[in-house]
Design a protein around this ligand. Structure first.
Ligand code: F6P
Length: 324
């Protein structure tokens, strides 16, 4: 018999579509198993400041389709200090919360890992970030929705690019990771993807664009990851190299984080929410639940926050082959 009677749930870091579906799944799975569930608002900040209330099943009604997070979110500096974590532990004791489910990305799990090492509190993580930069899971909640949002935006940009015969640099989110840029480039038939994981010189990029633009095309799209050098800077350099290009830049920005989650993200969030509660009741601790080859897996936090989730090399080549 598990000693857990009450599970706390929070969302932290950048919001991602599908976080609400995960909160719903955690809440209902906990109640289904006869446990109490307490919602912690504003991530670790709300934990430290005791912004907590018990949830009933109806508190998560009608949220599976909503983007953002009803629990609100924050990036909390205080939780990176021993004093902040001590206060968080005191609040958990005061609220009689025996275990935590934290929904977020690598920053969220880094905090959870340290906290779980310092205090005797079981923590299970659910990967939620549009960037998909969490190791040990094929996808993070929110990534599929954001990818589709970018693809839809690029489809629209292509209409005007082709009408004006322009070269567009479109900036996608991803501070440290190129999953969104690389895969949206593939999905939208772009000429190239510029990502932080792989160096591409301006001369190489010029060559890639020239392959299609000068020979057969009258417009081109390059997707640049936020962490890949910045779309504006690259556009300026390409224009300098070849002033004949009529260049425009479109920074997609925070629209990528919003919107109703895709079916894939809702299903993923629902499975991982239930899996997180099951893991806690099965005395698992300090792990992330993820998905690999459509199977739910348990991944230690130390592996999930490793810095090297690789992009698939063959995708660069496919983009190049298909852009002639
Ligand atoms: O982690 C998700 C993400 O959207 C990154 O792609 C982006 O760099 C960052 O969050 C932006 O964070 P903030 O909301 O703090 O500006």
């Amino acid at each position: 018999m598990s000693k857990i009677n009450c599970i706390g749930v929070l969302t932290s870091g950048g919001d991602a579509p599908g976080m609400n579906a995960a909160v719903r799944a955690v809440t209902r799975a906990a109640i289904y198993n006869g446990k109490k569930v307490k919602a912690i608002y504003r991530g670790y900040k709300g934990l430290i400041e005791d912004e907590i209330r018990e949830f009933q099943s109806q508190d998560v009604s009608n949220i599976i389709q909503q983007g953002g997070t009803i629990l609100k979110t924050a990036r909390c500096k205080e939780f990176t200090t021993p004093e902040g974590r001590q206060r968080a532990y005191e609040v958990l004791q005061k609220e009689s919360i025996d275990a935590l489910v934290v929904i977020g990305g690598d920053g969220t799990f880094t905090g959870a890992r340290v906290f779980a090492q310092e205090y005797d509190i079981p923590v299970v993580g659910i990967p939620g970030t549009i960037d998909n930069d969490v190791c040990g899971t094929d996808s993070t909640i929110g990534y599929d929705t954001a990818l589709n949002t970018i693809m839809d935006a690029v489809d629209k940009i292509k209409d005007t690019a082709s009408s004006h015969e322009r070269l567009f640099f479109v900036e996608a989110m991803g501070r440290d990771a190129g999953f969104l840029a690389l895969n949206s480039a593939l999905a939208s038939g772009a000429e190239a993807a510029i990502v932080p994981e792989r160096e591409t010189s301006v001369a190489q990029l010029d060559q890639l664009i020239a392959n299609g633009f000068r020979k057969t095309k009258n417009s081109s799209i390059v997707i640049v990851a936020e962490g890949g050098g910045g779309a504006q800077g690259l556009a300026d350099r390409i224009h300098k190299l070849d002033p004949n290009y009529d260049v425009r830049v479109c920074i997609l920005g925070y629209m990528q984080r919003g919107g109703s989650p895709s079916a894939y993200d809702r299903i993923l969030a629902s499975r991982l929410g239930v899996a997180a509660v099951d893991a806690l009741l099965d005395d698992q601790r300090n792990i992330m639940v993820g998905v690999q080859n459509d199977e739910v897996v348990h991944v230690p936090f130390s592996k999930a926050i490793k810095d090297d989730k690789p992009l698939k090399d063959d995708k660069y080549q496919i983009i190049q082959i298909l852009s002639i």
